[in-house]
Design a binder for this molecule. Structure first.
Ligand SMILES: [Zn+2]
Ligand SMILES: [Zn+2]
Length: 369
């Protein structure tokens, strides 16, 4: 039996390959991809020819997905939350592996595993061929955390749990936000919206800053308490005064940067209260530069940290959260379009041109595989 793989070529073109489905090693599994979102990093890799992971002239990409177990490797009986799994169950998997051998893994900081990407971005010509989720099938490696999807959670929400939702959830808990605190959210994109809902359920008051009125309105639907529109307040000093006015003159207890704009980091330092905690998530390219006033960190004794990836258990927590609150917040309300696997390039283009927030790739009826 064969499956189909869409791969990224060096020339920014998407190519296709049919391949025999792989034999599954002990501890691994093969899933039928039900739905796969196009993530911002997919678009970046497509445009630049870069790759998360191994890289080369042909790379398998795609990682925000939900799949149905087709082949179970020897010894796989439970997911990483201890739930029994069998062929036919829907699962999601972290997009990286945790080697269990490096120093980060040894102290439980799996999000910083030094070997996280040894399988990602492989060529479709190399075993196990199905190394990205832009394909009919996807191979989940041993030591790649995976979780069974609750029956009541639709594919569209389960696919989004991987990557963005898990990362923001982990980021917020990494700086220990807790009931009664105030949180500044810089950016009302999908991660900022998720942050609003997570903070709300924790009893945290949120202030969201963005420059687009429509995005701020959506933030309100996701539970945001206060909104600051940068277009109305173009001067940082005025935004600082607004945040102070909302926090009894102190500033916020915590802040999260999910703008992807490096200059936002300096502003975050201004809005934080003494002893505030700051997590940077959106700005993750090494080339992004910004000016910074370290004196704010010193004088206010701020804690500044960053989060790339997430602890795998957050993928499970995200499934639970989305399942529980799927009807309370408009998670399924992002402008969404579905593309056939054959039209992957069109979907990438739509996301690149900001024509759609969520692009979903499907590879047709399961029985066609
Ligand atoms: Zn992603
Ligand atoms: Zn490791």
């Amino acid at each position: 039996m064969t499956g189909k793989i869409a791969y990224f070529g060096k020339n920014g073109k998407v190519g296709f390959e049919e391949h025999e489905l792989p034999e599954v090693e002990p501890g691994a599994m093969l899933v039928r991809v039900l739905s796969s979102n196009i993530c911002g990093s997919d678009v970046k890799n497509w445009k630049t020819g870069a790759s998360l992971g191994v890289g080369g002239d042909k790379t398998c990409q795609g990682h925000e997905f939900v799949g149905r177990i087709e082949r179970l490797g020897e010894g796989v009986t439970k997911d990483y939350a201890g739930e029994s799994v069998k062929a036919g169950d829907r699962v999601v998997a972290a997009y990286y592996i945790t080697c269990g051998e490096c120093r980060a893994c040894k102290i439980g900081r799996y999000d910083q595993c030094g070997n996280a990407y040894i399988h990602l971005g492989q060529s479709p010509d190399d075993f196990p061929y199905f190394s990205g989720t832009f394909a009919t099938h996807y191979y989940i490696h041993p030591r790649q955390y995976f979780y069974k999807v609750p029956d009541t959670l639709p594919d569209s929400l389960a696919a989004g749990a991987n990557c963005r939702f898990s990362q923001i959830y982990y980021g917020l808990e990494h700086i220990g936000i807790t009931a009664g605190e105030t949180l500044l959210i810089q950016g009302a994109g999908s991660m900022g919206l998720y942050a609003c809902a997570i903070a709300k359920e924790k009893g945290v008051t949120t202030i969201v800053i963005d420059s687009v009125a429509e995005r701020l309105e959506v933030a309100r639907e996701f539970g945001a308490d206060h909104l600051i529109n940068m277009t109305d307040l173009p001067q940082m000093a005025d935004r600082e005064a607004a945040v102070k006015a909302l926090t009894g003159g102190r500033g916020t207890d915590a802040a999260v940067e999910v703008t992807g704009v490096a200059a936002a980091v300096e502003e975050g330092l201004h809005h934080l209260a003494p002893m505030g905690r700051y997590v940077i998530i959106g700005t993750n390219t090494l080339s992004a530069q910004a000016t910074l006033s370290p004196g704010y960190i010193t004088r206010k004794s701020l804690t500044v940290t960053g989060v790339a990836r997430y602890l795998p258990e957050y993928l499970h927590k995200s499934l639970v959260f989305l399942d529980k609150f799927q009807h309370k917040y408009p998670f399924d309300n992002f402008s969404s379009m579905t593309f056939d696997l054959n039209d992957l390039e069109k979907g990438l283009e739509m996301v690149a041109n900001r024509k759609v927030i969520r692009a979903v790739v499907e590879s047709g009826d399961e029985s066609n595989a």
